[in-house]
Design a protein around this ligand. Structure first.
Ligand code: PRT
Ligand code: MG
Length: 225
């Protein structure tokens, strides 16, 4: 059996066409059932639904053979491991940038906040984010002094309530920032979703897994496998 870990929502939705192109049809709709294990048109392939941030953990520890996760999630996960957050730091094999669930990691502030001046004058600013490792590295590289405030969601609220001067968050259309009167003041990096594979699975299930990875790769490049 090959187990693929996906998260509900944009990762699942964007992965479906790639799976289809790879000859795998998911037979159940996660929006219509509460099932966490979904059957596919292949008897030897199943999909498990996990939280987006849990995908690397599942794949790393062999709860799934492969998975799809945002580069943001993978970067944060890698830093957690480096800081001793989770035991058993087995490597994750990352063979393919799928080019799906695209967005960018950015710094945003209230419209009136002069971020450029704060950065220039070496002012200490408060930054709220879910992505503390990516943010810490970004500001350290720039030599900026920041106090990071860890949040788990609704980052947009932080500058509006005075909790923080700025946020580091994902932006895709920009409409969430706009609706909250925030402006993007700095682009940190482009983000897309990656295929991650358990190295032990790759050895044990070599042929079938390789074929699936290659089919994913071809599908993500728009080539019919
Ligand atoms: O379930 P859990 O809350 O733990 O996970 P999650 O919320 O991170 O999952 P999900 O499904 O929202 O996102 C999965 C992955 O999709 C992320 O890890 C990113 O790699 C990718 N992705 C692509 C995005 C976006 N685009 C995106 N726009 N993830 C989140 N957003 C959010 C953003 O945080 C902000 O709140 O959408 C809002 C901004 O969108 P716009 O279009 O208004 O700019
Ligand atoms: Mg979400």
């Amino acid at each position: 059996m090959i187990t693929l870990a996906l998260s509900k929502g944009r990762i699942f939705d964007d992965t479906l066409p790639l799976l289809r192109a790879a000859g795998v049809e998911v037979l159940e709709d996660p929006e219509k059932s509460r099932k966490l294990i979904l059957r596919t048109s292949r008897d030897d392939v199943r999909v498990v639904l996990v939280r987006a941030s849990d995908v690397p953990t599942y794949v790393q520890h062999g709860g799934a053979d492969l998975g799809v996760a945002g580069h943001d999630v993978l970067l944060e996960h890698t830093h957690e491991l480096a800081n001793g957050g989770t035991g058993g730091a087995v490597g994750l094999y990352r063979p393919v940038d799928l080019g799906i669930a695209r967005c960018r990691m950015s710094v945003a502030t209230r419209a009136g906040f002069d971020y450029a001046a704060a950065a220039r004058h070496g002012a200490r600013i408060r930054v709220a984010t879910k992505y503390t490792h990516i943010a810490r590295e970004h500001f350290a590289t720039k030599g900026m002094h920041v106090d990071l405030i860890k949040l788990y969601g609704s980052m947009e609220l932080a500058p509006l309530t005075g909790l923080a001067d700025a946020i580091v968050d994902l932006v895709s259309t920009g409409s969430t920032l706009k609706a909250n009167h925030l402006v993007e003041v700095e682009h940190i990096m482009d983000i897309s979703a990656r295929l991650v594979v358990n190295p032990a699975s790759l050895k044990l299930k070599q042929d079938r897994l390789r074929a699936l990875i290659d089919a994913f790769d071809a599908a993500s490049k728009g080539v019919v496998a």
